[in-house]
Design a binder for this molecule. Structure first.
Ligand SMILES: *Cc1c(COP(=O)(O)O)cnc(C)c1O
Length: 396
């Protein structure tokens, strides 16, 4: 088929040309004497991306899932109690991992379309007088339902109760895209991956860990080797790794961080909000709804759009891909067939969101879903045209 393939899934995201170019390099010697001149500033800049001051960001050659595993394996012990909540496929999978590790997981089952239940966390933590709960897990951005949770509020609950549990955050589809402040919010471990906000290929698990959490690592804890923070700490301090790092991806990471800092992290967050708002206006104009139950849960990185009763969201996704070369995100697990998702994160601008919306309109038309052609695109155009500068100008 002629023309670009549209990638409107919430990860992998679109890769900037600058990042691709930065990775078109010969393989290099990761034990070379000048390698640290490249890695040490990279480590320091990653901390800025997480807004972490005291602590360390580790880069594992894995994916976000490996990042989850590193957090559990290094900071908890077999049988430890953890408090979590499930409101989508990703929050579910992290709980599933904890269970497979033999942790005692209290997972609050929430309606999909809502987010981390801060009040219930508060009740459970307040009742835990003996401080048996060792960690509280929050999925900041539930990519399956397009729901963002209030991480800061969970830290405030822990502090107001004087509860010492560590705060674990899944930031795979939020870090570098929506507001995240690891130091200020007292997040002990923040997990991310390369193929979402970092605009890179899949292949890196990027994990920010607070100094507090590093200092109180349990001994012996779980058996671990590949994901052992200790080995990373010992080698990273001199700019090296315990095993062969994904050097090509690290070159790409350098380029992506440069782009993010050039725009300004806060501007990146603002851009994501603006782009997402245009998408939400479109959904509204179509007469459809988001999976997110209330505006406070709306995600600025992904919108999960509910198709009307009697229609199958997979028809929309199939025709978008087969007929128009556009990848929309599928509904996962409980919401399979009920929603399709538009990812609007990473290397993204107004025109790219409008392209996804236009593709969704074509595909919904083919699937027989009733709505007025052009209504969603029109509403987004109206919103973008009537608010602020273009993102290209704003970036200058
Ligand atoms: C993508 C994603 C993951 C899984 O990351 P992988 O890189 O696929 O292992 C975990 N959590 C969230 C919120 C995600 O969006």
């Amino acid at each position: 088929m002629s023309g670009f393939k549209g990638l409107a899934v919430p990860g992998p995201t679109n890769m900037p040309f600058e990042v691709r170019q930065a990775m078109d390099v010969a393989l290099e010697d990761h034990r070379a004497p000048d390698f640290p001149e490249f890695t040490l500033p990279l480590f320091a800049d990653l901390k800025k991306a997480f807004k972490l001051e005291n602590g360390q960001v580790f880069i594992f050659p894995s994916s976000g899932t490996g990042g989850w595993e590193s957090a559990v394996a290094n900071l908890l012990s077999p049988g430890d109690k953890v408090l979590a909540s499930i409101f989508g496929q990703f929050s579910y999978l992290w709980v599933d991992m904890c269970q497979r590790f033999g942790l005692d997981v209290d997972a609050i089952d929430c309606e999909w379309g809502t987010g981390a239940p801060v009040e219930l966390y508060e009740q459970k933590l307040a009742a835990d007088k003996e401080h048996k709960i060792k960690a509280v897990l929050v999925t900041q951005n539930e990519t399956a339902t397009g729901v963002t949770s209030d991480v800061k509020a969970v830290r405030e609950v822990l502090d107001s109760l004087g509860h010492p549990a560590l705060l674990f955050v899944d930031g795979v589809s939020s870090i570098c895209s929506i507001e995240f402040r690891q130091e200020e919010w007292g997040v002990d471990v923040a997990v991310s991956g390369s193929q979402k906000g970092f605009m890179l290929p899949t292949g890196l698990g990027i994990v920010g860990v607070s100094q507090k959490a590093l200092d109180q690592r349990p001994k012996p804890g779980f058996p671990k080797c590949f994901f052992d923070f200790d080995d990373m700490i010992k080698t990273n301090k001199d700019g090296y790794f315990p095993y062969t790092p994904a050097t090509t991806l690290l070159r790409g990471l350098r380029a992506s961080l440069d782009m993010i800092f050039e725009e300004g992290l806060e501007n990146v967050w603002a851009r994501h909000h603006r782009l997402a708002e245009g998408c939400r206006r479109a959904v509204d104009a179509w007469g459809l709804t988001l999976c997110a139950k209330e505006p406070k849960w709306n995600s600025d990185t992904v919108s999960a759009i509910v198709v009307p009763e009697g229609y199958n969201a997979n028809d929309v996704i199939q025709t978008a891909y087969k007929k128009y070369d556009l990848s929309l995100g599928a509904g996962l697990s409980k919401v399979a067939g009920k929603v399709y998702r538009i990812g609007h994160l990473g290397y993204m601008n107004e025109i790219m969101v409008l392209q996804s919306l236009a593709g969704a309109e074509l595909a919904m038309r083919d699937a027989g879903i009733p709505f007025e052609s052009g209504s969603g695109v029109g509403a987004a155009v109206e919103y973008y045209a009537s608010t602020g500068q273009t993102t290209a100008l704003a970036a200058e």
